[in-house]
Design a protein around this ligand. Sequence first.
Ligand code: 5GP
Ligand code: MN
Length: 796
Amino acid sequence: MGCASSIHISDRVVYHSGKESEDSHSPQQTNATQHQGNPASGLPLKPHSCKTTLTEVQFGPMKLFKDPLQVLLVFAKEDSQSNGFCWACEKANYRCSLAHTPESALECFSEKHHDLVIVDHRHSRHFDAEALCRSIRAVNSSENTVIVAVVKRPDREEASVMPLINAGFNRRYVENANMMACYNELLQLEHGEVRAQFKLRACNAIFTALEQSQDAIEITSEDQVIQYVNPAYEAIMGYQQGELLGKEIIEVPKSEKNKPDLLETINTCIRKGKEWQGIYYAKKKNGDNIQQNVKITPVIGQGGKIRHYVSINRPLNDNNKSEKSSERVQAESQTDIQSRSSQRRHSSMARIHSMTIEAPITKVINIINAAQESSPMPVAEALDRVLEILRTTELYSPQLGTKDEDPHTNDLVGGLMTDGLRRLSGNEYILSTKQPHHLPSHLATPLSLNDIPPRIAQTMETEGSWDFDIFNLEAATMKRPLTYLGLKIFSKFGVCEFLNCPEATLRSWLQVIEANYHSSNSYHNSTHAADVLHATAYFLCKERVKQSLDPIDEVAALIAATVHDVDHPGRTNSFLCNAGSELAILYNDTAVLESHHAALAFQLTTRDDKCNIFKYIERNEYRTLRQAVIDMVLATEMTKHFEHVNKFVNSINKPLAALEENGGNNDEESVKSILTSPENRILVKRMLIKCADISNPCRPLELCIEWAGRISEEYFAQTDEEKRQGLPVVMPVFDRHTCSIPKSQISFIDYFITDMFDAWDAFADLPNLMQHLDNNFKYWKGLDERKLHSLRPPPE
Ligand code: 5GP
Ligand code: MN
């Protein structure tokens, strides 16, 4: 950290003897600046040509450079003593001026502000040396000048130097005209008194820098008594000028927002003489907490002991940034109106800033930024990469496959994981719009669950088993499996009781919904909906799922499964977007199908009282149910696949696994709280419907093969149409003449199924599904190894 701006301190500019400039000293300028150049500009100054080099003065941790000494000799008459000093100055490369009268001495001094003045004190008849010394001391900012009195060698008794000190002299030189003695005296003065004065002058410059700094700076003594705070510190912390001085740090209120042992950590660190840097919550005078990046540096002084602590504090968010201190600075140069308007702008900026701070991602980024400051290099660099991902990446979706990846995976990913916004084409193709199906009259006759024909009832007897054969039911019901299976499953879960609706309404509803599936689709027809409903019901019976969900969640899941693909046109979202279909236009190329399934489901349901299963529940219950159904249907959109799976794993599987690791299953309360939090129940429901939706690779082999044939046929039909219509071919591998179905299934399982079902199995315990999946995967592998493209091996 450190100070925001680099600070340049310029001491006296090298004096160019040939040219005197008539500089006007501004009053607040210390004698750190003089005639030449422009030291206040902060620009590094190039010394004028001069014979001498600058002297380097070590000053604490830093080096300061100082130009040659300026010496003023005041001797009424030149004699061997004055000559001795003149010669010594020359030898030491000092600049030397000689004055004969107090008047000319004063005039010369006010102009050049010499570092050293040597006054002849031996002959009171020429001039009053002590009076002259007082006059020099009266000149503004002469306190850093060293004044020496040359006195007579005492013949009898040593006199006290007190009168000299009172007059303002720093030292006394007993007359000695020996040139070497003069030279030695000058050297000692330079390295002693003059250098000390130089350092004091530099301190002025440094404190001026501190006063102007935007960082809040605090200096305490070794006992942590506040010795100095700069205006930025007072402004940020809300104190009056000088209010904190002399206070012990423990008297200043502390924020409780820091970790309990933070203060101790800091103290241990700095007491050892080490610097501490990190995030610290400080309390303002008004009690508000302020998060600051703090750097505390112990200052080692005399005897190698810690003599001070310097703390530089920078508020983490700009909205706290020394509004007052900048106000103070402005007040000097601007009118009240101007500063008030800039204040207003400042506070509205602060509001914008605090809005963005509210977003969790902003908080996360801030926390990482702060942690980086006190982290070792490798950690900080790793965090840099983390930040880049957080700032720029879709968090839950893996980067799409690279070119060298398998084309089946590429096409699947392209076909299912992208939507119209990423795959726009200029082609216009409007799907023929059709009116929703109304109930055919022969199906409208309400019949009860008890009236189900025996053959159909019989095929549904094994409905409780995962291995239930949906295709038998499809055949037995003349492609109306959804109504019959729906009646059975909804009654098993007491849906009518929950909704308080007559069974006839449910039946009509199931019929309307089923009628709006396209029996002409080879895959996305009502048999797929019935299959997903079956899987959903199966999952709802799993212990973990039952623990997690409420009755209303179960009802929502069953309804969502039933409607989740209603009116599916047998084409993918990408196709609809490329074709510029009405649906794609209606839903802005975003989750087109899923939006349509959900919207149409509610239209069909509420349009006619006869099939309105929501008619008998309370408004609030309806809203909750509706929201849950919409959320689940939208969750079947494949562009969000990894988002849903990863959220489920991170929020549910991992915390549950951590609990199990930490001592078995005895922490029932914690398990319960993970399972039943509203956020996690949403994630469970999404995962449930997603797994039900693409569970066909986990069905018994024969069923799995049938589904694979159906989805492939639907994709082939899409490719055929794309070619016919001159549309972009979304998934070129699904070309009926070239496609390897085993390869496409292997890719689908590898890319979408394995991880998802691993996670779902870990949660719901589904060993039979995993066994089927394994089996089926080996089956497809077997075909692929034999380079077969078909669903089944040819007969021997
Ligand atoms: P749905 O449209 O059924 O709600 O979402 C499931 C998605 O996964 C569909 O786009 C469907 O095409 C795809 N899918 C389901 N089962 C399979 C399969 O066995 N193989 C392939 N390649 N895709 C499948
Ligand atoms: Mn589906």
